[in-house]
Design a protein around this ligand. Structure first.
Ligand code: PEP
Ligand code: MN
Length: 348
């Protein structure tokens, strides 16, 4: 249920509505919009709508028919902008996050960070805990990898996103990273999602390999209902009957989710396509479809990468893609970061 307060509602009026709802056993999530306050009311059972409607300062009470409540457009009409340092995800800029699939060695991480930053990436990506299909594949360097990623991101003045696979890893990832990445395989790890809801650090939530959009938004709801409003959704391809690509990159999910939810949506064409030659066309299409950002794997020697080399771009390919995006983004009324050699703040 959503309680829309009147534009002129006073703070004590808002507070007494909140208190009444809490008394009815509900959780209340407050969203202060440009002109009015909106209260998202969640919990088990339905509070008495009529009793709230007659309270002072209340404009209207609307039931949210979707199963996901706080993630829905009914709860919040304006887009949510997630802020990481001076980077805004979900605003006008298309934010590019790039880096290797995994941290392997100090020089490898440093070289990738320098290359992506030079090309215009604003956020560095890299995994230290890797969810691999086989237990015999490279599993990541753990804390040593996180330290390398953190130091490289810092040296290049970028924020860092890295995957958290388990509740027990939260304090460690929290120490080194600016954004928690929840991988596709963990999209329905509800214990992990609940725990991340207690943090206020942004969560990049990947769509599960066979998850519907509704299930994906319900997973976001786990984080939001804990009070963490900083959720970024990431489309990374789903499993279909098609075998020509690693996954089927669901570009239609981008405008669909934007209609259903106020949360920012970024696209990961690297895992979506699984092949280096398909990454740029999918990235261009994702931006054209309205993605708020991209997550792209880049490696300076991808043919010797310990994970996902086949889908990792060479720095020169990433440079070219960024140049193309600098043509596409403005055509859609969006901005994108200039390459660092010519960077004087944000350009369009
Ligand atoms: C990754 O980003 O390297 C990764 C493992 O992604 P996903 O969870 O989408 O497979
Ligand atoms: Mn990967």
């Amino acid at each position: 249920m959503v309680v829309v307060m009147q534009e002129k509602a006073t703070e004590p009026q808002v507070e007494s509505v909140v208190a009444r709802l809490v008394e009815m056993g509900m959780d209340v999530h407050r969203s202060t919009g440009v002109s009015r306050t909106v209260l998202g009311v969640v919990g088990q059972g339905q509070p008495n709508k009529a009793l709230i409607e007659i309270m002072d300062g209340v404009q209207e009470v609307v039931r949210i028919s979707e199963p996901y409540k706080l993630a829905s457009r009914t709860f919040r009409q304006e887009p949510t902008v997630v802020t990481v340092g001076d980077v805004r995800i979900g605003g006008d800029e298309v934010v590019v996050m790039a880096g290797p699939c995994s941290a392997e060695t100090e020089p490898q991480v440093r070289a990738a960070a320098a290359a992506v930053r030079r090309a215009g990436a604003k956020i560095f990506r890299g995994g230290a805990f890797k969810p691999r299909s086989s237990p015999y594949s490279f599993q990541g360097l753990g804390e040593a990898g996180l330290r390398m990623l953190h130091d490289a991101a810092k040296a290049e003045q970028m924020a860092l996103v890295s995957e958290v696979m388990d509740v027990s890893q939260i304090p460690l990832i929290d120490k080194y990273c600016d954004i928690f990445q929840v991988g596709a395989r963990n999209m329905q790890n509800f214990t992990l999602l609940r725990e991340l809801g207690r943090s206020r650090k942004p969560v990049l939530l990947k769509r599960g390999i066979s998850a519907t959009i509704e299930e994906w938004l319900l997973s976001a709801e786990y984080v939001l209902s804990g009070g963490n409003t900083n959720v970024i959704l990431c489309e990374r391809g789903i499993r279909t009957f098609e075998t020509a690509t690693r996954n089927t990159f669901d570009i239609s999910a981008i405008p669909v989710v934007k209609k259903m939810s106020h949360l920012p949506v970024v696209a990961d064409p690297s895992h979506g396509a699984g092949r280096r030659d398909m990454v740029a066309p999918m990235a261009r299409a994702a931006v054209a479809a309205g993605a708020d950002g991209l997550l792209i794997e880049v490696h300076c020697d991808p043919d010797h990468a310990l994970s996902d080399g086949a889908q990792s771009l060479f720095p020169a390919q990433f440079d070219r893609l960024m140049a193309e995006l600098r043509i596409i983004a403005p055509a859609l009324g969006r901005t994108i970061c200039l390459e660092s050699s010519s960077r004087r703040g944000w350009g369009s």
